[in-house]
Write a protein that binds this ligand. Structure first.
Ligand code: SAM
Length: 233
């Protein structure tokens, strides 16, 4: 017996992600924008003619944040997102399901090795993804980003990632927009505790952002935390 519970996002009548009860377990899922298409061998479940893709919290830090009680979920139908560190597109593909055909995700990735999979397996099937094969350190060079975005999501695992993220927000995030920053607590400085690293990184945001939540992604991911912030008006 599969039960589907709809999770509401900020806009009341907008669907975002779903909880599918399957074999006694509550599983996170998104409605597949490209029915029949799998991105990372995730399970597909059809219910009442609608196909859902299970969203694996061990493979996607955004899913891990939801599992660990993320309180803010601004991704919704028609959202415009700038995503830094698209990699092979696992998380981007679920955001693509959520924002739908009228939404848009600019996915920035600089490593050609993973970018090829991102293009071949994800972006080529999904018209709402615009791949940008560039260095996130040079936001002025993303010629395909137009206007401001509702959300900037950053997962690039660089020692100076917070500064890179801030430069991107300054150029592309609308005032009042949301900022999701994945902090790799062990790569920035191995001698510091994860809590200290999160505090230091969020301190750098406070001039321009209201910090909404910071989430430890354990047990889905042992080395990362996610900080959610809102761009001040
Ligand atoms: N967010 C992905 C997901 O959930 O599916 C995983 C991202 S992975 C941890 C980090 C990615 O950031 C890598 O693919 C890496 O090549 C990319 N990256 C690192 N530095 C970058 C930079 N300066 N510009 C663009 N991409 C970068």
């Amino acid at each position: 017996q599969i039960q589907i519970k709809r999770e509401r996002s900020l806009e009341e009548d907008n669907q975002s992600y779903f909880w599918i009860k399957s074999e006694g377990e509550k599983k996170l899922a998104t409605e597949n924008l490209v029915p029949g298409n799998q991105v990372y061998k995730e399970k597909l479940i059809i219910k009442k003619g609608v196909e859902y893709r299970l969203w694996d919290a061990f493979r996607s830090k955004l899913a891990a944040a939801i599992m660990n009680d993320l309180e803010y979920f601004p991704f919704e139908n028609k959202s415009k997102v700038l995503y830094l560190g698209a990699s092979t597109g696992t998380t981007v593909s679920h955001i693509s399901d959520i924002v739908g055909p009228s939404g848009i995700i600019f996915g920035v990735e600089h490593a050609s090795r993973v970018a090829r999979d991102f293009l071949d397996r994800v972006a080529s099937y999904r018209s709402n993804i615009i791949p940008i094969l560039q260095d996130a350190r040079k936001p002025k060079e993303y010629f395909s980003v137009f206007g401001k975005v509702d959300i900037v999501y950053v997962d690039i695992a660089q020692p100076d990632q917070t500064q890179i993220a801030l430069d991107n927000c300054e150029m592309y995030l609308k005032k009042g927009g949301y900022f999701f920053l994945v902090i790799k607590t062990r790569s920035i400085d191995v001698t510091k505790s994860p809590r200290r690293i999160i505090e230091e990184e969020t301190e750098k945001l406070k001039a321009n952002f209201d910090i909404l939540q910071s989430i430890d992604l354990y047990p889905y991911d042992k080395d990362h935390a996610m900080v959610i912030a809102k761009y001040k008006n």
